[in-house]
Design a protein around this ligand. Structure first.
Ligand SMILES: [Zn+2]
Length: 424
């Protein structure tokens, strides 16, 4: 392992509240030192940072990685390419694969698949129920021992209240969170867009925004009842965020994330039935987008996840109502988040906090910081370099980006995993 000094960078470490110019020294794959005026230690290669931002490798708390069972859409190896290009060094993998991650051996397998890439730590979620079918609870204790970081049924909402109550109790005893796709299944079934004028004009079956708030309200009540910890994924509506804000004020173990489409796009992105903008939950009205952006700034939203959902041409080249929902998100996670900084909504430190140390804490991993002695998972980026998202040109296999054609500022220049350069 070669030692190096990354010199003349803007050091950004939200965990330490650090935002200052300086250098960072990596020895034996670990962060040996950082700060201003480290000098030029002998026998150490110097990499010129050129004033770019150096932050911890990003921690993405929600992605589908295509394995097992969906390799034509994405593999851990192809996702690792997209992740490295996006500055991501740790990702939490959803368990609703084929088969689902409902056996300890599968949880271990996915972790190992990440290790094989040499560039990406994969932290698997355990399936809450067998096959993620929402019926019989999986062996949570065994999954936890195998390394499951939390429990969820992935893109499927945990529907029955009784099941969710049990899940919060059991997972609470194991010190794990339940991650909910907050959408009432009976209200969402068959829907393709957010219910309202636009869906009506396009002739699309609608999902009312209340489907999200109803589930969030119910699960907050169950968290209060059980003392368990619930985490809501990709929260996308003002009404649900109001409920989360109140639950936090009350001191309940309630956290949430959102994904870039919900603060960067609104429902008009589906235009004339653009299936790449068909997501789950569906894109919302502008007022909801603004509420999500505000909740990033005020701390109601804890983290930003890519919610990467690889889909191929066969999934998307269908009439809108039949097309598969989901967007690719790994390569655009950082740059779309930075758009919120450029528009003045967020400080850079807060933006990076939601992409590093906070998701790391929620997943129970110690990565996501620049602490001395920790593995050198690093992301170097130029916050001003312009580029344009282009479906078909993204790294990795999945090309179904809802941001196709979007002009962005902020480009990853280099990504390091345990001190080894894996991108740039
Ligand atoms: Zn979901």
């Amino acid at each position: 392992m070669s030692d190096f000094l990354l010199a003349d960078v803007r050091l950004l470490d939200p965990a330490a509240g650090l935002d200052q110019p300086g250098d960072i020294l990596v020895r034996d794959g670990r962060i040996a030192d950082l700060g201003a005026g480290l000098g030029r230690p002998e026998g150490v290669a110097v990499i010129a940072g050129g004033g770019a931002v150096l932050c911890p490798g990003l921690v993405d708390m929600r992605a589908e990685l295509g394995e097992p069972g969906g390799a034509w859409r994405e593999t851990v190896a192809s996702a690792a390419l997209a992740a490295a290009a996006g500055g991501i060094t740790t990702v939490a993998a959803l368990p609703d694969s084929q088969p689902a991650l409902d056996e300890p051996a599968l949880v271990r397998l996915l972790r190992a698949r990440g290790e094989e890439t040499g560039s990406l730590t994969v932290l698997p979620f355990g399936a809450l129920t067998r096959g993620c079918r929402g019926e019989e609870m999986a062996e949570l204790g065994l999954l936890r021992e195998a390394g499951a970081v939390a429990f969820t049924d992935g893109a499927r909402a945990i529907g029955p209240a009784r099941l969710m109550r049990l899940a919060l109790s059991y997972a609470g005893m194991l010190g794990a969170r339940i991650v909910q796709h907050p959408e009432d299944p009976s209200l969402a079934e068959g829907g393709a867009a957010t219910e309202g004028e636009l869906a009506t004009r396009l002739g699309l079956p609608g999902i009312p925004t209340a489907a999200e708030a109803i589930m969030v309200a119910r699960d907050i009540a169950l968290a209060r009842l059980t003392g368990g910890a619930v985490h809501f994924a990709h929260v996308s509506t003002a009404s649900a965020l109001t409920l989360v804000r109140r639950a936090k004020d009350e001191g309940l173990s309630v956290t949430c994330d959102t994904a870039p489409p919900y603060f960067d796009l609104n429902e008009t992105a589906i235009g004339d039935w653009r299936t790449y903008a068909k997501l789950s939950p569906p894109l919302r009205a502008e007022a909801d987008r603004q509420a999500v952006a505000a909740a990033l700034a005020d701390g109601t939203i804890d983290a930003i996840a890519s919610d990467h959902q690889p889909r191929d041409a066969d999934d998307k080249r269908l009439p809108f109502a039949q097309a598969a929902a989901g967007g690719a998100g790994l390569a655009t996670l950082l740059a779309v988040t930075l758009a919120q900084v450029q528009s003045g909504g967020l400080t850079l430190l807060r933006a990076i906090e939601m992409l590093t140390v906070v998701p790391a804490r929620l997943l129970g991993t110690s990565s996501g910081t620049l602490s001395r002695g920790t593995p050198a998972d690093l992301c170097l980026f130029d916050p001003e370099r312009a580029w344009k998202v282009s479906a078909g040109m993204l790294p990795g296999r999945a090309q179904n980006t809802p941001f196709d054609g979007r002009a962005l500022e902020g480009r990853v220049l280099g990504t390091w995993k345990s001190g080894r350069r894996v991108f740039g």
